[in-house]
Write a new protein. Structure first.
Length: 131
């Protein structure tokens, strides 16, 4: 059962970062770039390109179970940075937008926890090594 759980977890988190991370940023590049500028992300343009590449490559790696531990750790670090810069609810006036950013911050904290756990275990029986 643990191998099936690992596979399902890898699929879910891999799809999350591939489609809702890398692909969403790629297809909404200008919007994402402007949003990052608004949040004063350092080296905004290069940061966005690096984020898209890391989310794309690491998510595929996690899906395949190929260097999934390293990829999960890299995505955890990246998500910490995204949380700090993009969901900075502490810099906002109280209201709906602040609560929305707090919700995103807490959600990302849970994702970071899952990535750190994934970075500490083998990819399981269902990985590229066992095909």
């Amino acid at each position: 059962m643990s191998n099936v759980n690992l596979l399902l977890g890898r699929i879910i988190i891999g799809i999350y970062f591939l489609f809702f991370g890398a692909m969403l940023k790629l297809f909404n590049y200008e919007f994402t770039l402007n949003y990052m500028f608004d949040h004063q992300v350092p080296y905004t343009e290069i940061s966005l390109i690096i984020t898209i590449i890391l989310q794309g490559v690491c998510s595929i790696s996690i899906l395949l179970g190929y260097y999934s531990k390293a990829s999960a750790f890299v995505l955890a670090l990246l998500t910490i940075l995204i949380n700090y810069y993009m969901h900075d609810f502490w810099n906002m006036s109280e209201g709906l937008e602040q609560r929305h950013e707090l919700q995103n911050f807490v959600k990302n904290t849970g994702i970071i926890a899952g990535l750190l756990i994934l970075s500490s275990v083998s990819p399981g029986k269902y990985s590229w090594k066992n095909l």
